[in-house]
Design a protein around this ligand. Sequence first.
Ligand SMILES: [Zn+2]
Ligand SMILES: [Zn+2]
Length: 397
Amino acid sequence: MSSSKLLSLLASKDRDFLLSPTGTRPLVRQVNISYLEGKTIGIYFSANWYQPCRNFTPLLANAYEQLKDRGPGFEVVFVSCDEDAPAFDEHRALMPWLAIPFSGLETKRSLNTRFGIEDIPSLIILQPAYGRQDFTILNGVDLIYRHGVQAYPFSKLRAEELLHEETEKRENQTLERLLSNHDTDYILSHTTSKQVPVASLIGKTIGLYFSAQWCIPGAKFTPKLASIYRKINEEVTTNSSHDFEIVYLSSDHDQSAFDSYFNTMPWMAMSYGHPNIKSLAKYFDVEGIPSLVILGPDGKTVTKRGRSLINLYQEKAYPFTEARIEVLKRQVDEESMNLPESERHSGHCHELLLVSEGTGGGPFICCDCDEQGFGWAYQCIECGYEVHPKCVRSVEP
Ligand SMILES: [Zn+2]
Ligand SMILES: [Zn+2]
């Protein structure tokens, strides 16, 4: 498709312009579509009522500020999925780029169809190549989340390069590479607040614990993890195998919150505000906290699902390997066969039925302990009330 033909998708019979960003000085309300000729263009589908869009817009704005003048220029065009004109105006005020007018329904509809938009936020990249605008439907949203401005120019080639780099990085992953940087190679030991070399942790199973004092689910999970951590290390000592350490990676708001929270933890921590914390969260795709990533004695990732494995199997989950989890799953399946088909729970007025993965059980949040569960559960089909089998038993006299 030629450049002008592609750009004509942004226009309509009686409109050949886009709206300028609201903060432009001097105030220019419209920009002719031909202004986009030759630039790399991101067509951004977003809605203000949808949290994932609200999370992504500031990241895109940040990348945009750094990239707009690079190479042939980078421009973004907002395609609104907002409910009404005031919502559109409010949403657009957060964006330093161009927009299709809210009234351009037909254009918005045809862009949605043309690029097969099924999910928002979506960022479709159109690229100038040898005089034509070659578009690649890449998940620009994912690229920016993972790589920020590194992802420029958002071509298939660049995406492949980044993927390759990432694979290489993961293959060469070691504990020291993850936890050290050019000016620090230590972490904090809680008991003495002294510095412990990262090298002293090599050969252990390590849990990277992303959490914060303000995090509500963390308030429940942290003490639970602490008691399980102690149990695992008691057992490990008697078995004289390698041991288990946890490193707290804090998202606390300030040093004093960090200090008081770290005080409740029996393990180690990366110092408050250490720049590696953010890059590790990105590297491990940590989307919410608390989150527990498990590294094996060789420094490679064992699982990013440490939190749910702890919830499901407690100290038995150690050392969190696939082989270990398979054994536990089989045990749970066997034990669950002998569970009663129905139960009652003090928190719910209806009878609860036993379900498994095959019979309507899937990932759920337990209404008793508020933690994740998977597979076997007692469920009220009518209300969706669901608890772990262990939690339904815990309320029996
Ligand atoms: Zn539960
Ligand atoms: Zn019910």
